[in-house]
Structures are given as C-alpha cells and as structure tokens.
Ligand binder design. Structure first.
Ligand code: TA6
Length: 292
C-alpha cells in the first residue's frame, strides 16, 4: 500500500482527500460546506483557505517551489526556531528548519462547525512542536512549542506563522490595529520607530516587526471589498511585509509582477519577543483568521 493510500485509509473523512500535489509532495485537500483548504505534510504548510462564498484568503506564488528541503512560497510558512537569517551561522536556512521539515500527521477530525482539523508534530532538536490547523468558516491555528524535560539548559527560540494574505491591490489596502505600536523598521537599518498613530499603507517595500503587541489586525481591502481579521493569543509580535518591486525581482520563487497581490501579516514571537523555554516548559500561540 502506498503512503497516499495509507493516509486516505487511516484518515478517511467526507470532504477530505490526500493526494500528490506539485513536486510529488503529499497534500490534504479539504472541501466542506464551510470552506475549502489545503495543507502539505511538508512543513505542515497551509497553502489554501477559502471560506464558502469568499475569494481565496491566502496568497500563493505561481513561482513557488515544491521540493523537499525548500520552502513553499505563500500560504502560511512556519518560521522556527529562528526568524530571518540564523543569528550566527550564515550556512543555515533563513527562517529556521520547521518549514522544510516533514511533519507527522497525528490526527484528523471533523469539527463542530462543519470543518476539518489536522494535528501535526515535529521534533527539532530539544524542541517539539505540536500544530493544530482547523479549517472552517474561520481558520484557526494553534502552535505549542515544548522544550524537552531532558534539556540541561534553557534556550530561546523564535516563532512566526508567516501568513501571506491575498489582496486586490497593495496600493489601496490598509492595515488597522497597530496604530499605537512601536516597530522595528527593517527597511531603515532595523531602527525602532515610534507608533505612527495611523493605519498602515504601502508605498514601497515594507518590512516591519511590531513588538509587545497582542492587538488584532484588520486588513481593509477596497478592491476585493472585504476585511480580513487576524486575531492572536500568545503572540507578542506582528510582522508586516510586502517585498514591492526590486525584492520581488530578486526572489526566484516570487513572480516579478506578483507583489501587488499580497501582504504578510505574521503572528509571531521574534526579536524582543523571542521565547525563552526551560527544561519541560512550553508555550502556545493561537491565531484566528476570519473574513468580515
Ligand atoms: O517576514 C518578512 C521577512 O523576514 C522578509 O525580510 C523576507 O525575507 C520574508 O520574510 C521572506 O523570507 P523568505 O526566507 O521566505 O524569502
């Protein structure tokens, strides 16, 4: 029996099928009355979530790679145990190893709100990650990071659910909810900037780490005529990113003309909000994405 047949037999549910996706990577495809969705075992990477009656909420690059050892471009990459470049070893991959690891699918279940939930696990050194993805009329993510009780030391780590959201035109969207929050401006030497007092708009490459915030964000999209709400618990950082023109051209897995159609609102614990976990300690980050 193939791995695909085994998965379809082990986790047999109406509205769910496992299939070989691009690059031969195994993905779970969800179609229920409340939504459609997709998640790969590779990186436990959510690549699609579309509530019934809505346009797709997550953005995917047409140029994304789908190969083991490489990250998928778009959807919700999991950045862990570090965010951005490795702090000391430039030979390490950006954003850590979680998003290119093969996660183990441990549970699939029908949910009360006519959705389907998946639970994944992966062990990365002394850290074990448990990740629940609940596809429904809202998209609910729950990540638990636990440090082995056998660890002799405490260690710090960073986590980001690096969510790519589809927008009609980046030039016209606004992000509200962070008006009162200071941020690290990675486009200006990672200097700390005071709260702007206004909604975020986009006029160029934007790469900001808002810190010490558990605020809800709203993505206001006049072109797609919708608002996307990003609520979180246990996350103290929110990263906002659009690569704009030049950076898009420098990324092989990002189409040169794709930048107007996306923005990242990442629920994270990075930089000043990195997590310190002692032996046997754990922490949870929960995110809910909804279309208003
Ligand atoms: O979250 C923003 C960011 O850190 C940007 O600096 C940019 O590097 C982006 O992540 C994408 O990183 P990746 O390694 O996926 O190309």
């Amino acid at each position: 029996m193939s791995r695909l047949e085994a998965l379809n037999r082990q986790f047999s549910l109406s509205g769910l099928v496992f299939q070989e996706g691009p690059g031969g990577l195994i993905q779970a495809i969800v179609h229920t009355p409340t939504c459609s969705g997709a998640v790969f075992l590779h990186g436990a990477h959510v690549t699609e979530w579309t509530p019934s009656g809505c346009k797709p909420v997550l953005w995917m690059s047409r140029e994304s790679q789908f190969t083991s050892g490489k990250p998928i471009r778009g959807g919700i990459p999991i950045c862990f145990p570090w965010f951005g470049p490795h702090p000391t070893d430039s030979s390490q991959p950006a954003h850590g190893t979680a998003r290119t690891s093969e996660w183990t699918l441990t549970k699939v279940e029908q949910t009360a709100n006519d959705g389907i939930a998946f639970e994944f696990q992966v062990q990365l050194g002394d850290f074990s990650l448990s990740y629940r993805v609940d596809f429904g009329h809202t998209l609910n993510l729950m990540m638990t990071v636990a440090r082995s009780s056998k660890s002799l030391t405490s260690d710090s780590c960073e986590l980001a659910l690096h969510t790519y959201l589809a927008v009609g035109d980046i030039n016209s969207v606004r992000i509200s909810g962070l008006e009162k929050v200071s941020y690290i401006d990675k486009m200006d030497g990672a200097t700390v900037k005071a709260a702007s007092g206004e909604a975020i708009s986009f006029v160029g490459e934007t790469d900001r780490v808002y810190f010490d915030t558990d605020d809800q964000c709203q993505l206001i999209d006049p072109v797609l005529q919708r608002r996307i709400l990003v609520e979180k618990c246990g996350s103290k950082s929110t990263v906002v990113w659009n690569p704009w023109i030049a950076k898009s051209q420098r990324m092989a897995d990002f189409g040169d003309e794709e930048w107007p159609g996306m923005v990242c609102i990442e629920s994270a614990n990075v930089g000043p909000n990195r997590m310190a976990l002692g032996p046997g300690e754990s922490t949870e980050v929960a995110v809910q994405i909804a279309v208003a």
